[in-house]
Design a protein around this ligand. Structure first.
Ligand code: DON
Length: 579
């Protein structure tokens, strides 16, 4: 990459700041203090999710003898009903699975159920007449809607990795009942609706669900009934995922998207496939790290950062120095993310190189332990200078030694805001995760280049990082988070807090976090991070801004004494439920 490109990149430090205020919108709770997560212990099985009814449904399945995958499928469908701003069947996500085998024959699998771009999407779709990126198109219009992957992904998980004790219909049944009977509106839904209402109100089919007869948004104690969604779920329960991707439901989805100005067709839906991909695997101080491969950037970026950090004795560094080194690692991993990563079915991603220890060593050699490297001096590719918003994560461990780490999303809170009439399905605006134009930030301030250009059938690059850390081949830590670009660094900090700093899981999940994504050239720190640490980072040349970083790292730690779960205190209503 030529030098002047990097001068230009500096400009985006500014543009990124315009996009980044989105971060401040909160993952529910917006008051300044982060509470302390409650550590919840259990002997047999546990679900930690962002919504309590769904978490309990998952625990119930575990108690009935189901495995972690059965529970994940039940939680995934239930949250489409109980947590409509992010739980979904109109979006997509990623699932990382650890399966206990006989005689140590454990294995790991991942399911990519990311949305795809409809066939009519190309690299001009999200530009205005002047050829500039048009955020209105990529975030607020029906053009932003990707072909939903959740139904295919959950069905594939169940078919391939479920215990066979339950049918898909059994696992969807609780969701159908909640959609049909209605649920008491949760605090989280009531908190988020006023903010997101303008997007939902653009379509009567959405307003009908989330508004009362008098036009006010649903409030705590009101009932949220979703009869159309119940019918859609019932059809999937009866006929399998085909009922969603073909026939009358698919037709209604395509008609609704096109009527709203989008381009998704019944053929796009018919062609959708969830894909099983080899996980990204690496090691960190003797632990195995299993995470998500492209089209998520999460696994690669997480391992790049861990590999860089492994070269330092973090357990014995001063806290400020640990934070400083983490920030330096973040900048470098996010620079590589911007340049190299995209849909692996369309672009060549140099995975092995990026996650190798030797590559991390090259990056480490560029870190001055006393001085922050300015973002413009970091060139993707290491030493070679050539070149809201809303999601939800749940972690599950069962009594058999299986684990699931699942993150799925509509992108923004309530996605694009469009409920496809007659289906109850709220649709995503995931295609803003493409680089609408090279070097132009998306809603999370992330820039990208050719590798992540919009294209027909292509999956936009994600930051979702569902991760399972293994110790001696067995699940040790199950974690992940929502938060757009903040996800990967949140997961990094939970891993480092547990492994290097020896924090218990509740403290690791609650600790104020910080974030650096290369561009803009800023460190964001959560309120609560000690002033002396911020001063120490600034003394090394980092520019630190304090702001809310809405993540929610619902995690489980497997300890000799049993399972310990921690629901992230940043999210109202999250629950660790075990038995
Ligand atoms: O896939 C991604 O990286 C984003 N669409 C995730 C969005 C997100 O996490 C928003 N949540 N708070």
């Amino acid at each position: 990459m030529e030098k002047h490109l990097f001068r230009k990149l500096a400009l985006f430090a500014f543009v990124g700041l315009v996009a980044l205020p989105l971060f401040a919108r909160g993952e529910g709770r917006l008051d300044s203090a982060i509470g302390q997560a409650q550590a919840v212990s259990a002997a047999h099985g546990m679900v930690v999710a962002q919504e309590a009814m769904a978490a309990r449904i998952g625990t119930d399945i575990l108690q009935q003898g189901g495995n972690a995958i059965d529970a994940a499928v039940a939680v995934g469908f239930a949250m489409a009903v109980t947590y409509p701003r992010a739980g979904n069947i109109g979006g997509g996500g990623f699932m990382v699975i650890h399966r206990a085998g006989d005689a140590g024959g454990d294995d790991d699998a991942t399911i990519d159920y990311r949305e795809t771009a409809p066939a009519a999407i190309n690299d001009k779709t999200f530009l205005d007449a002047q050829g500039n990126a048009d955020p209105q198109k990529s975030r607020d219009s029906a053009l932003a809607i990707g072909v939903p992957g959740t139904v295919a992904g959950l069905a594939l998980a169940e078919e391939k990795y479920g215990s066979s004790r339950f049918t898909l219909a059994d696992l969807i049944a609780p969701a159908i009942a909640l959609a049909r009977d209605g649920i008491a509106v949760t605090d989280d839904t009531a908190d988020s609706l006023p903010h997101d209402l303008p997007r939902l109100l653009r379509w009567p089919s959405s307003a009908q669900i989330f508004l009362k007869a008098d036009g006010a948004p649903l409030a705590p104690g009101d009932r949220l009934a979703q009869p159309d969604l119940a019918n859609t779920l019932e059809a999937i329960a009866k006929e399998g995922p085909r009922a969603f991707y073909q026939g009358p439901i698919a037709q209604k989805l395509a008609v609704a998207v096109q009527a709203a100005g989008g381009v998704m067709t019944v053929d796009d839906l018919k062609d959708y496939r969830a894909i099983e991909r080899p996980p990204i695997r690496g090691t960190y101080r003797g632990y195995d790290v299993v995470s998500m491969a492209p089209p998520s950037s999460g696994g690669i970026a997480l391992l790049e950062m861990l590999n860089i950090l492994e070269g330092y004795d973090l357990a014995h560094e001063a806290e400020a120095q640990t934070l400083f080194l983490m920030i330096e690692a973040m900048k470098r991993a996010y620079a590589d993310r911007a340049w190299f990563l995209g849909d692996p079915d369309v672009v060549q991603v140099p995975v092995a190189r990026l996650i190798s220890k030797s590559y991390a060593g090259q990056w480490r050699a560029t870190i001055d332990p006393a001085r922050a490297t300015p973002a413009v001096d970091i060139h993707p590719g290491g030493v070679v200078a050539s070149e809201g918003r809303n999601t939800t994560h749940f972690s599950i461990v069962d009594r058999y030694g299986n684990a699931v780490s699942n993150t799925y999303t509509l992108n923004f809170s309530y996605g694009v805001g469009l409920v496809a009439a007659g289906t109850g399905v709220l649709l995503n605006n995931e295609l803003d995760d493409f680089a609408a134009k090279p070097n132009t930030p998306n809603a999370y301030g992330l820039i990208g280049f050719k590798a992540n250009a919009p294209g027909p059938g292509k999956r936009p690059l994600s930051s979702m990082t569902p991760t399972i850390v293994l110790k001696d081949g067995k699940p040790f830590l199950v974690t992940g988070s929502p938060g757009g670009s903040l996800i990967i660094t949140a997961v990094l900090q939970v891993v480092v807090d547990v492994i290097d700093r020896g924090l218990d899981i509740a403290s690791a999940v609650s600790a104020p976090r910080l974030h650096d994504q290369w561009m803009p050239d800023k460190v964001f720190a959560e309120p609560g991070l000690a002033d002396n640490l911020i001063t120490a980072l600034e003394a090394r040349g980092d520019s630190v801004m304090v702001r809310h970083l809405p993540t929610s790292a619902n995690s489980i730690l497997v300890t000799p004494a049993g399972l310990v779960g921690a629901a992230d205190p940043r999210t109202r209503g999250a629950l660790a439920a075990g038995y």
